[in-house]
Design a binder for this molecule. Structure first.
Ligand SMILES: [Zn+2]
Length: 300
């Protein structure tokens, strides 16, 4: 395994998670109390159990998260998070099953929950294109269920990616690549004043005028770079995505394709170039679980 105790020892893993979730000390998830909180010690209590003396309820740091009712030890969860966020191509459930010593079914469940925590909050993140040009392009992965192989891409699953140069990527499993289908994605995610870069596919001829500036490289005419105009950034992302999906996840089912591309987006958006090391990346993914817990409790 690894030398870091948070991946080998449950108490260390719990302390790590507590520090992450409660940087200023424990907060009662029931009433928001921060002062009158007592750690309950002794064998009769679950580890990390706290009593809130304001509302008289008890809680642990994992309350409301996937960790709370999980039979999987907390340090194994943290190790799985670290493996999945650190490896550029991702980790398959089979690899995780062998590395963690859990069943394949458990490993599969874990990888899906970790992907869930990697889901971005686009609403608070705002639109792409405030800093640099945005490249838009699509790639095709696997065959649609029941579709016959034929010429063109109609029978394949399409993934649209939008990348701001020097910034983040957002990828979507889209039902098709017509202007009508792509328009809502581009309008929602790209600033209307942004500088858009695409190839010369017909849908972008239609959608380009919706944005501040639109430059086209004529791929159909074998033109790939013209000064600043190119789509090399988004194509670079596609090559990581495709190598990862082919090498690591041989059988990506259509209903999970979005969560796989979200996973690749997450790693790209927390890459070393943007100042994240392996441990920061794991932390960001773990925050996702906590963030989802908060939303869940607020809604509940
Ligand atoms: Zn309370």
């Amino acid at each position: 395994m690894t030398t870091n105790p948070i991946f080998a020892n449950e108490a260390a893993a719990r302390k790590h998670l507590e520090k992450l979730c409660w940087p200023n000390g424990p907060v009662c998830p029931h009433c928001g109390e921060t002062e009158k909180i007592k750690l309950l010690r002794g064998k009769s209590h679950r580890p990390g159990l706290r009593q809130c003396n304001a509302c008289r309820k008890s809680f642990t740091v994992t309350i409301g998260t996937v960790f709370e009712d999980s039979h999987i030890k907390l340090h194994k969860w943290l190790y799985a998070f670290s493996l999945m966020t650190a490896s550029k191509k991702g980790i398959s459930s089979h690899q995780l099953h062998r590395m963690l010593g859990v069943t394949y079914k458990t490993a599969w469940f874990m990888t899906h929950r970790i992907r869930e925590s990697m889901k971005p909050d686009y609403f608070s993140a705002g639109m792409l294109g405030g800093q640099g040009p945005v490249e838009a392009d699509e790639t095709f992965i696997g065959t649609k269920p029941g579709a016959k192989k034929r010429k063109g891409y109609g029978h394949k699953n399409a993934v649209l990616s939008l990348v701001e140069r020097g910034g983040e990527v957002r990828s979507f499993h889209v039902p098709g690549v017509s202007a009508k289908t792509l328009k809502p994605y581009l309008k929602y995610h790209i600033d209307p004043d942004a500088h858009l870069m695409t190839d010369d596919a017909g849908q972008y001829r239609i959608l380009g005028p919706e944005f501040g500036q639109h430059e086209v490289v004529a791929h159909s005419n074998e033109e790939y770079v013209r000064g600043e105009a190119h789509t090399n950034t988004v194509e670079g992302f596609f090559s990581i995505l495709k190598r990862g999906l082919i090498g690591t996840y041989q059988h990506v089912s259509v209903q999970h394709l979005q969560s796989y591309v979200t996973e690749f987006d997450f790693r790209y958006n927390h890459r070393a170039k943007l100042g994240y090391d392996d441990s920061d990346r794991t932390t960001e993914a773990l925050k996702g679980i906590v963030g989802k817990r908060l939303t869940y409790r607020r809604l509940g």
